[in-house]
Design a protein around this ligand. Structure first.
Ligand code: HEM
Length: 483
């Protein structure tokens, strides 16, 4: 962690914190958006079905609209929505993609009453690296695994995870400088990987830790590799190698974890049992651990970064949150965290403005119907929490940071059950939602008690949305001692 003397002293209240695509990439994407694009429907509805065809446009031959989707997805979604409405199709990465935009479409796909939308939509992005993780399982098999995994997320287990995470963060913060500028995103990412290693894996040895952290980072990065074949030195190959390292590690540790019941998640997965006596096999434990480590650490890093940025831009909210944290002394339990109600609102609002999983993938595995439209089998489906979170129909002045919108009497998130969906919904709704939120709250609580923080006047995080949101500049943040 670096400290320098360029500490900003003036507070700034930018009205808007809407994340921007990287400027260069957005310009290229905008140029592509001006190219002519024909419009034809996605498949013909069966005669007499009464269903409509989904309108849309494939874009350029071969390339489709890949450039716009990758580098300017937020403006692209808005343009498509303005032209076609909540359902339309486009072409990206060589496949037809159905864009299901807005809470109604999101609800229908996530509730999935017809069991037509499968998690195999995720296979394309992360399949080789996270195969048989909970999110990649479907229907009855998913339900069974979810029921077993739920036993690892009971309140007493969460309380133990939090206690261990809290101890690690307190000791880590002792090594931070009293003031100076940090690159907040990589710093938080390292810290959240340390938390995940401790809380989920029970603290591997130092030598294993560095190797495993590299393997995790390589597997996560591989999903957005442009070149999706294992060429030497390429991301895809490093991802596959990372997966092999993780499999070997978890498999080697299994006998010890099965033999003793400790309070980490790895041990929990080895011992959990449903009322009907269902348990995980060795392969299940390995696959779930690899997915859980990925699912947990990136999302909480993004959320913590987004909250820090919002509170730097809105010092009045930083002060309100600090007041509650300073009033909270002693052991940090789940019950104690419940008292930090200002942070609840601030975290919800940050998750709205910067959804850590901006879009969710599905694939239609049979011909089906969506909002009165015909969807042919084989269609990839993209749902966009990000898009719903900025819709004027549901949110007052959606680009403004305004945590009160989640409080009584406004409760804007209650206008539609699927308007605020940072954790998804339906059968695959995030199983780590509660733990993830508590972890972020715990981190922020310690920052609030130790530092006041600012960014340079007018600063906006340049969120790169090619994969999960990531500050393109590492997010420089100035820390000041409280007293
Ligand atoms: C702020 C933090 C987090 C956010 C925003 C988030 C977001 C999401 C979203 C949107 C999904 C749904 C994916 C889909 O429908 O295809 C999901 C699923 C999942 N998340 Fe999270 N997540 C967070 C933290 C965590 C943590 C801390 C864990 C583990 C401890 C976790 C484990 C999972 C798992 C296992 C699934 C798959 C659930 C299933 O398929 O049944 N997540 N998450």
């Amino acid at each position: 962690m670096s400290a320098d003397t360029g500490v900003a002293t003036t507070w700034k209240h930018p009205d808007k914190i809407r994340p921007a695509a990287m400027p260069g990439a957005a310009r290229i994407a905008a140029a592509f958006s001006r190219l002519p694009s024909g419009g034809k429907p996605l498949g013909q509805p069966p005669a007499g079905s009464g269903l409509k065809a989904v309108p849309g446009t494939g874009g350029l031959p071969v390339l489709g609209r890949t450039i716009e989707i990758l580098f300017d997805s937020t403006s692209f979604s808005q343009r498509i929505y303005d032209r076609f409405g909540p359902l339309s199709w486009t072409r990206g990465a060589g496949v037809n993609i159905l864009l299901a935009l807005g809470p109604d479409a999101t609800q229908s796909v996530l509730i999935n009453a017809d069991k037509a939308f499968s998690q195999t939509g995720w296979e394309f992005f992360i399949g080789p690296f996270f195969r048989r993780g909970l999110m990649l399982l479907d229907f009855d098999e998913h339900l069974l695994h979810r029921r077993i995994m739920q036993e690892a997320f009971t309140r007493p287990r969460l309380a133990a995870y939090l206690q261990n995470a809290d101890a690690l963060v307190r000791s880590d913060l002792n090594n931070w400088p009293a003031s100076g500028t940090i690159r907040a995103y990589p710093t938080l990412k390292r810290l959240s990987l340390d938390i995940a290693s401790e809380v989920f894996m029970g603290g591997p040895s130092n030598a294993d830790d560095a190797r495993l952290q590299k393997a995790f980072i390589d597997t996560v990065r591989a999903g957005v590799s442009m070149l999706r074949v294992p060429v030497p030195g390429g991301r895809w190959k490093r991802g596959l190698e990372g997966r092999a390292v993780l499999e070997d590690y978890f498999r080697a540790q299994l006998p010890a974890k099965r033999a003793a019941d400790s309070d980490d998640l790895f041990s929990a997965l080895c011992h959990v049992k449903t009322e009907d006596g269902e348990t995980f096999s060795d392969d299940d434990v390995v696959n779930h651990m690899i997915f859980l480590m990925m699912a947990a650490h990136d999302t909480s890093t993004i959320t913590t970064s987004a909250v820090l940025a919002a509170l730097a831009a809105h010092p009045e909210w930083q002060e309100k949150a600090r007041e509650q944290s300073l009033a909270l002394d002693g052991e940090l339990t789940l019950e104690a965290l419940d008292q930090l109600t200002v942070l609840d609102l601030v975290i919800k609002e940050s998750l709205r403005l910067v959804a850590p999983v901006p879009s969710l993938a599905r694939k239609a595995i049979k011909d089906t119907e969506l909002l009165g439209h015909y969807i042919p089998a084989g269609t990839f489906v993209s749902i966009s929490p990000w898009f719903s979170h900025y819709m004027k129909e549901y949110w007052t002045d959606p680009e403004t940071f305004d945590p009160e919108r989640f409080a009584e009497p406004r409760c804007e998130d209650k206008k539609h059950r699927f308007a605020w969906v940072p954790f998804g919904g339906g059968a695959h709704k995030c199983i780590g939602m509660y733990f993830g939120t508590q972890e972020v709250k715990m981190l922020l609580h310690h920052f609030l008690r130790r530092y006041r923080w600012t960014t340079t006047p007018g600063y906006q995080v340049p969120w790169d949305l090619v994969a999960l949101p990531m500050p393109a500049d590492g997010f420089p943040l100035q820390l000041h001692p409280l007293k």
